[in-house]
Design a protein around this ligand. Sequence first.
Ligand code: XBP
Ligand code: MG
Length: 252
Amino acid sequence: MLQALLFDVDGTLADTEKDGHRLAFNMAFKEAGLDWHWDEALYGDLLVVTGGKERMKYFVENYRPDYMHNKLTEEIAELQKRKTAFYTQLLSEGSIPLRSGVARLINEARAAGLRLAIVTTTTPENVTALLTHTLGKESIDWFEVIAAGDIVPAKKPAPDIYTYTLDKMKLQPHQCLAFEDSFNGIRSTNGACIPTLVTINDYTRDDDFTGAKLVLTDLGEPDAAMQVLSGNYDGHYVNLDGLRQLHAKGNI
Ligand code: XBP
Ligand code: MG
């Protein structure tokens, strides 16, 4: 029986990377007087690493090796704080909406009494800012668990953040359905043996989604059809009844 929906954030709830996180990183670099500028193409390459702090370290190691120094960890932590401030400010300006079908499915799940969780490598501040500025402040309480950022030792693609969430909710993998958008995300849910539905975005459309039960363009709306890219789903938008039928048949 499907008991819970587990949502990734960046790229899944909202398309936050290109016009959100990326801009915030560049604002923090500029404010710090660094000549680093992550354009859309470079950022796409850097998304191979999840976690902003880890991504900045990967950038220095691979693109600015001359910048390595013994206080780099502390400097990156400071940059991340400022980047998060810029990012949450961008969200407060309402510039990044939820993706198609997300609010509708979350409300269907709430009305049906399903349990909800957020499972992400971004920071808790970023999660509460996105929820507040899209669904309203009270929506933070709709999620029984908000598993975010540094709460686990290893970020996605490690399964840690998902196994942490299952433990907190006292649920088995097969009682849940995860929503992800990326190769890192599907590897994380595969590692936790959680059935997963993927909605792609511009940065992840060519990723390897092996293991996903469904790969879709988005969740769709009654008046805005989604496309099924892999797997079988009968209908032009994803609703709870459809997911429950697939889950009951063991197809997700
Ligand atoms: C996506 C990430 C995050 C963001 C940046 O997380 O990897 O690191 O890119 O956010 P998910 P931070 O898809 O798991 O939601 O700078 O806060 O890490
Ligand atoms: Mg994601």
